[in-house]
Every structure is written in structure tokens, then in C-alpha cells.
Design a protein around this ligand. Sequence first.
Ligand code: SF4
Length: 770
Amino acid sequence: MNYTVAVRSLCEFTARRGDLDLRFTPGPSALEGMEGHAAVRSKRPPTYRAEISLAADYRNLHVRGRADGYDPDLNRLEEIKTYRGKLEAMPANHRALHWAQAKIYAYLLCRQLQLNRIAVALVYFDIGERTETLIVEDHEAASLEQHFQQHCDCFIDWADQEMRHRLARDAGLDAMSFPFPAFRPGQRDLSVSVYKSARQGRHLLAQAPTGIGKTAGTLFPVLKACPREGIDKVFYLTAKTSGRQLALDALARLSAQPQSSVSTGIRVLELTARDKACEHPDKQCNGASCPLAQGFYDKLPAARQEAVDLAFLDKTALRAVGQRHQLCPYWLTQELAKWSDVVVGDYNYYFDTTAMLYSQTVNNAWRVTVLADEAHNMIERARKMYSAELDEACLIAAQHSAPPSLKAALTSLLKAWRKSYRDQESLYQVYDGIPKALHNALLRASGIVGDYLADHQSATDTALQTLYFDMLHFLRLAEVFASHSIFDITLLPRTGRRPSGARLCLRNMVPAPFLEPRFAAAHHAVLFSATLSPCTFYRDTLGMPEDAAWVDVDTPFRAEQLRVIVQRQISTRYQHRSQSIAPITALMARQYRHHPGNYLSYFSSFDYLSQVMDEFARSYPEIPIWDQSRAMQETDKDAFLQRFQEDSCGIGFAVLGGAFAEGIDLPGRKLIGAFVSTLGLPQMNPVNEALKDSMGSIFGSRHAYDYAYLYPGLQKVVQAAGRVIRTDTDVGVVHLIDDRYAQARVRRLFPRWWRVEYADQTMDEGVLIS
Ligand code: SF4
């Protein structure tokens, strides 16, 4: 059996030495990089060969890669690198890595073309100046072969270890049994669907009720499928930290396998954001600034070995390894992703613009399974990833602090910026595209600022750096601007008669085109959540393929456990709010008196919440109440939830879609009912109307309203109502307060197991819990 390794990965493993140093980054964007390569190629003769696939075996290694170019007239292999700033500032260990790669490509080419010698060139293309610097060396094929073999020899022990690990892992996963005495109701159905889809290499959208154990119900089948499908890695991605912990707990149980003599041996890695993992937030990621970046690559081999031996690497274990070896835990984690079997982290590690797990998957041709938990959050999260904002205040702050050499570029950017909204009459306006003059000014300014920052690595002008990174993100998205996004300008509050500025936004509406390649790169992906209906909405907007499978797992709960009562005599529309307050408070009091216990009452906004709460407190002072407030700290949230005890009584007031409307677990008598005084529809405002227009133009006008308003709204309602029944012994009541809940198109979005009643048709005033 051969171990396959890409030239780049091989060299990153064998040829990196010295400090971690991010001062030469960010490098050019992907598009700039491609353009740089094209610019170099355009200057080459017609005989020039680009992107040459090469491979060779050495002992049990299969090394493959793609050389940038070969000029047969000069018999010269070229490795092209694009950069910004001063080439002299490039750290020596970066250069050494480039040579290592170029010389391995050169050897592979000599072998393919039967050459005895070859010229090897590093071609550095300056994106700003559009000039190239060539560094050329002549090499005999024999010496290149030696170089190739040396690198392979340095890697081969590790490759052997990896192959042994893979065999043991696969044997362990084959023998692995479900880590609980039995599947919960519904959990087996979910697991079977996930397993089948993994075996078919078909993506899956799975709606499965809360409480059936979705985490183990998805991880177990994909791990079982790994040996049979040759899956290299499983990425378990979540929207929230709490979801990550559940996955780590499940993986700990799956790894332990107390009933089996065979260990699964899986390597588990938790990814943590840089700001949470960084040990020196006041420093920069280079050896001159941060002690944990000093000699990073020299210390890495020992730390890497210890880490893979430990196998289970959550945040705490990683930090301990980092401390023992005096190296940065954040960058160590990035390295370990290559050698792990299951990686647990936020969605952004696979789905974001510069997602590390995605780029490694593509670069290393890994076969991966992607599990996305609470996937109903993905639309909003992905929209944020593929949107970019530029604030005029940021530009002005940077302009004030910038050195004289940058003033002209920033001033002309400000001029183009202000011109772009000079004739705007409303506070918010959507434009057909980014004005050309503004786009050009941004390109010019970002180039000049980028060069300046590259030349002044120790500059600490945060306003300038913030503006630079914002401009880069904006320009990256501007490069791919299309109907999936809009460009809009919001005028910010006026001071006197003049506007104080404007915010420019490239606002993604439909993330599908960005996520499609992510799904295409995965062998298998499962998006799962308790609320993923209608599946076409999620499939269309998230870019899952047409043939993605769908499963709606039956709930383990019985209809008798939950009374769902529609209060259609009340309207919660904005214009009827004041009339709705008295009937809502009366209903809540009636329900509470009839059946005292803990309730949650949800509203569309904090304003509506306080209006109803004030009235309730005035009219029913004897009933305990507590409320969610704006910008609550973690301790306040805990205190809010602590009010819900088995033997306590009262009503918590909260906003729909907020911290208490999903992801909280209040089983038994901790929560016996909920009132939902809203349909959850996003506020009708210019941005949401623009979203509706985009949905209409992409998916057809008949879907416009549903995709922009109705489905996102009802998803929140069902999530909130889902707080009431958490186990098969819970009983409770949900009051859906609005006449529109009686509409057929709204009702068809309710969970199938709900048995809906109308308050005006019930015999018991619609308040009883059976
Ligand atoms: S500890 Fe912080 S500053 Fe130092 S290398 Fe790591 S992330 Fe960078």
C-alpha cells in the first residue's frame, strides 16, 4: 500500500524551519494570484507548458503535484509566487520552502521528460508593480533526485505511522458498537439514513426532532461508513460552542468503547477561534513579537507527535501540548487538522471565504464527510460570510492617522465614496452594481495601503489595518459580485444638515453559489436540524445538489403530549399591537391560573415585549415574571434560565429568535408551556424587501415572499415551540397567537405530529394541559 502525498504537503512537512511569521501575509487574493500567474504566462513563448501534472513513487510514497510552468526552449521549470511589498522582507524560511517545492517539481519533470539537467526558477511576481523577479539555479537530474529522496526519507516514517494508524482506525471503526444501551426512538431512523447516504456518496438534509440524540445519531453512522467508503476525515461543524461540546462528548464515548477490546483509535481535534486560543493577544504572529511563534517549525515535530499520540485533542489538551512545547496552540491546531480523523469546529472552517478545512480538502484531495449541526442557522451565517461592509467613519479614521504617502490615495477614495451616494435621496438604496470609479479607487487604495503595510511590518496603526482588511474582503467579494448579492448604501445619521457618512455593503442574499463548491468537494454532507422544512428552501438557498436526499425523522413524541392552540381572534400585526396587549395578557393569566407552572412568552421585539410585560405586571401582580433584556451577559442569561425549576412557577418574557428561543433545554416541569405572540416574520424594511426581490428573481416570484419572510419566520416559531416538549414524559401547551396561524400555507409548516386546535372551538377556553 502506498501513501499519497502532495508535493506542497510533503515540503510543508519536511522543509519548514524557524519561526512562524505572518508578516508577509495576507498574500494576494486567489484572483490576484491567478491573475499574477496569467500575467507571467502571457510573457512566455507559445511553447510554454503550464500546470503540468507530475507524479512519482519512492519506496511506499506516491508523490504527486502540478508544476506551474515549463519553458522547453530554455529547459526551465518555473515555480510562480505572487507577493506584495518588498521581496527582501520575505522570511528566509519561506524562500527555502519555495526552493524545496520547485526542486521536487523539477525532479518529477526530469523523470517524466527523461532530462539529465534542468534550470529551476523561482518567479516572484509583484502584484502591485506588476514586475517579476527571477531566481534561477541549474541542476543535474541526479542531484534533484537526491533532493527528492531526502525529503521523502524525512517523511517516510511519518507516512508509515499514518498508514498503520489508518489501518488500526478502520479496524476499530469496523468493530465499533453504538455507545449507548439502545437507540432512542427516531435515532435509529436518522442513523440509517445517514449511513445509507454516506455509502451512496449522496448529500442529505435531515430534519430530526430534538431529544432523539442527533449528535451520536449522525456521528456513529458516518464513522461506521469511513472504512467502507475510504473516508479520510469527518468534519463536525456547528453554529455554537454548545454544539461543539455535545459532539466532543459523543466522540469521547465513541472512542472509549468500553465494551470492546478494540480501540477506535480515532484522532479527534477541536478547532478554536484565534481570539479565544491566542496566549498573547497583545502580540503579533511572528518570532520577533511572540515567544510562541519563535522557532515554531523547529519545535513542531515533537509537539505534533505528542498530539497525535494523545488522539483526543480538545481545547484544553491542545493548550497543554502548546505549553509543554512552548508553541502557539492556535497554529498548532491548524497543523493538526491534517492528521486528525474527526475535526469539530465552527461552520466557518469549511464554508467561509478562506476556509482552512475546505482548502486543505481540495489541496490534499481528501475524501471527507461534512456534518452540519443546527443547519437552519446556516443561511444567515453563510450570508454574513459572503457579505462585506465598509464604513465611512473607518476610512476617515484611517485617513487621519495615515502617513503622508497614503493621504492622496485615501483622499481620492473618500471622494469617489462620497460621489457614489451624492444623489441618494433615501436613507437606504440598492444599486445595480459598485460604481466603477469607487471600485477603482478601492483597488488603488488597497494596493497602496497593502504595499505600505508590507514595507512597514511593525506598523501598529489599527485604523489603517482595519480599513485594509475590510477593503480586501470587500474587493474579494466584488470580484465575484453577481445576482446572488446586492450592493447597497445606507446613509448614516445626519449631523446638522449634512449626512455624517455612509455605509457601503456588498450584501449576500443567496449563499448557494458560494457553498456549492464546498458541497461538491465533499464526498458526503449531512445538514441536520429540528427545523429544516421545507427542504427545498434550504437546498436552494444553501446550494445543496438537486439530488440531495431528504429525511424527516418521526418524532418520538405523541400528539397528546402537546396541545397546540391557535388564538386566531388576535392579530399581532404592527398596526394592531395596542389592541392585542389586553387579550394576550388575559390569555396568559388564564392559562397560568388554570395550570400554574413555568412558561415562556415570545414576542417579535423588545418593544412589544415590554408593552405586554408592563400591562401584565399591572394587571396580574401576583404572577411572577422575568424578562430577557437587550445585550444580556452570560451570567444574566444563566440567571434567567435558573428561574425555570421543577417546583418553580412564573412566566419568562423573551424575544423570538433570541437566546431563549432555541438551544435551551428545560425538560419536565421546568417548562410546561409557551405563548408565541408573533408569526416570527422578519421586519418589513428596505433590506428585507431587497432580499424578497432577490429571492423572486432567482427562484421565481411565487417563492419570493415565502423565502424572504414566511419560512424564516415559521422556522423560529417551531424552534421556540420546541422548547416545551423535551422528553416522552413531558406534557405542555403552546399558544400560537395570531389569526394568520389559521392559514393553510402557515399550518403546513407546522411539525407533522402537532394536533392543532382553535381556541374558539375548544370546550375549555383553550388553556388546559391534558
Ligand atoms: S500566541 Fe497569539 S500572537 Fe502568538 S503566535 Fe499564537 S496567535 Fe499569534
